[in-house]
Design a protein around this ligand. Structure first.
Ligand code: ATP
Ligand code: MG
Length: 272
């Protein structure tokens, strides 16, 4: 076990990784990674370019098999040899490129590859279910018949997330969901992440953006050079401390905090 601070989720984890390692030839992309997510919890995974975030996503989505380590899902040891195996377990991934079809409308994108009737599209039912799903997510999509090409980045992200929910996953992994978005669209997608938490999903959100992490995550796990470099409760950590863990400015962020000359963040009493 590594010596860094590990904050376990308060509820029992639905998904946990222990000692996951993955190398590509001489490159050790992941080294002895531990990570947990509980139902109704948002765990952010942050780290610099090349830290291993996408490799971790790919291990969880059945794209890469780890060289070592174990995965537990709903208290059972599992392997995730293929993307279909991930979906069958209940782990859905929204990859950064979203994999939507620009020329198709919202409904057809939602049901791409899983059209309701086996031999014939049941258009009415697909439209009804699309509408219900987007309403549950408080999504702001002007019309379900709009081609994806004419939606904003935030709306596209919403459609991609909604699509992944049709399989009723228990864990959803979002790879940089706000990376390409403006302020208002980012807020929309972060609202959607809140809805996912309310629905009781375990959410793993890869991010580069500390503001997003502070806004929606319950815990934040830092990857640095393929290793865990700290896991923190977001309520207990400052952005500076997370950045120090990302860059390696401090190996023990907790001790750095007590020695820090930065002003303490306002407490509830002093802020009011
Ligand atoms: N398929 C692959 N073949 C060889 N090397 C790979 C492969 N995928 C990732 N790597 C290497 O593994 C390391 C981790 O890459 P990864 O893509 O997981 O990082 P990341 O944290 O997602 O970075 P970024 O923020 O740039 O997306 C890097 O050194 C990368 O070059
Ligand atoms: Mg990446």
């Amino acid at each position: 076990m590594s010596s860094h601070t590990t904050m376990a989720p308060t509820k029992e984890a639905i998904l946990s990784l222990t000692g996951i390692s993955k190398s590509f030839g001489a490159v050790a992309a992941l080294k002895d990674i531990d990570l947990e997510v509980a139902p109704g919890e948002v765990v952010a995974v942050v780290g610099d370019n090349g830290a291993g975030k996408s490799t971790l996503v790919k291990v969880l989505s059945g794209v890469h098999s780890p060289d070592a380590g174990s995965i537990t899902f709903e208290s059972r040891p599992e392997t995730i040899p293929t993307p279909m195996a991930a979906l069958n377990l209940g782990i859905a991934t929204v990859f950064q490129d979203l994999a939507l079809c620009d020329n198709l409308n919202v409904i057809n994108n939602l049901f791409l590859g899983r059209e309701l009737s086996r031999y014939r599209l049941n258009e009415v039912e697909m439209e009804t279910r699309s509408w219900e799903l987007l309403k549950q997510l408080s999504a702001k999509i002007p019309s379900l018949h709009t081609p994806i090409a004419s939606l904003s980045g935030g709306q596209r992200q919403t459609v991609a997330i909604a699509r992944s929910l049709l399989g009723n996953p228990k864990v959803i992994i979002l790879d940089e969901p706000t990376a390409a978005l403006g302020v208002a669209q980012t807020a929309e997608v972060l609202n959607l992440v809140e809805r996912l938490r309310e629905r009781g999903l375990g959410v793993i959100m890869i991010s580069h953006n500390m503001a997003d992490v502070q806004a929606v995550a319950d815990r934040v796990a830092v990857l640095r050079l393929g290793k865990n470099n700290g896991t923190f409760r977001v309520a207990d950590v400052t952005t500076e401390e997370v950045i120090a863990a990302i860059t390696g400015a401090s190996d023990n962020v907790v001790s750095r905090r007590s020695a820090s000359r930065l002003p303490a963040p306002p407490t509830q009493e002093s802020a009011s």
